[in-house]
Design a protein around this ligand. Sequence first.
Ligand code: IPD
Ligand code: CA
Length: 274
Amino acid sequence: MDWLQILEECKNNVKSRIAPLLKASPNKPKPNLGIGAGGDPIKQVDLVAEKAITETLLGKGLSFTLISEESGIKRYGANPKQHYITADPIDGTTNITRGIPFYATSIAVSTKPELRTVHAALVADLFHNITYTAVKGEGAKRNNQEVKPSELVDLSEAVIGVDLNTYKVREIAPQITNLIEQTKHIRHLGANALELCYVADGTIDAFIDIRGKLRTTDTAAAWLIIKEAGATITTPEGKPLNAKLDPKEKLTFVASANRKIHRTILSLLKGKQP
Ligand code: IPD
Ligand code: CA
C-alpha cells in the first residue's frame, strides 16, 4: 500500500477544508466546542481537519483504528486492527486560531497502537506548504528531498526548542536552568510536531519537552521522521522512547540533531555542569 500517497491526500483535504475557516476573523480567539479526548478544548478547525482525515481514509475503502487527539479512539470497517492511524489533525491550534503562521497536521500509520510500530508518517506545515514524510527504513524527506539533521555540537551556537507551557513550570524550571544558561538561542514556536521536524532537517539543533504534558498523538509521526533522518530522540534519562498510542498517553523527551549534542543536553538536564 502506498501510505505516503494516502497521507498526502489526507493533508490536501485538511488544507482545502480548513481554508474557508481561516478567512473569517483570522486572528481572533475562537469559541471552544468542548474538550477533546486529549484533554484540551476543541476548536472548529480541529474537528473539520479530523473529519477530512477520516473521510479520506474511508474513501480509500480502508478499515482502521483512528487514534485522534479530538475524537479519541474510533474503529472503522470490518478489520480495524489492520492499521492504526494516530493523528493530531491540527498541531498548533492556538497558533492557527490567532493567525500565527505555524501549524501542522500530523498523521502516523502503525501496525499496533504502540509508538515503535509506526512505519509511515507525515507532518505538514499547512501555512508554508512544507511536508515532512518518512517510511521506516527509507529515510525522511522534506517536500520529497532527503533531510539530514545538523552536525552542530556547540551549545552557544545551537538553536534549541524548549516547551515550558505548563502550570507546573516551577517544578520543571530547575531541571532546565543549566541548559538555558549555556544556550543563547532558545525557541518555542507552538506546534511541537513541526518543531521536531525542524530537528530532523537541521533547522534547529534540539527540541525538549519534559513537561509530561505532550500527547502521543502529537508525537507519533514526528518520532519516525526524526529517527529516519538520523537524529536522536530519547527519554530525558536517555532511554529509547516508546509509548502506547492513545490520546491520553503523555511523553517526555529530548530530540537532538546528533549524539554529541544529545549527550551534552542530557547531562545538563541531570544537573551536571558542562
Ligand atoms: C500543542 C502544541 C504546543 C504545545 C501544547 C500542545 P495542539 O498542540 O504542540 O506547542 O505546547 O502542549 O498541546 O493542542 O495545538 O495540538
Ligand atoms: Ca491538536
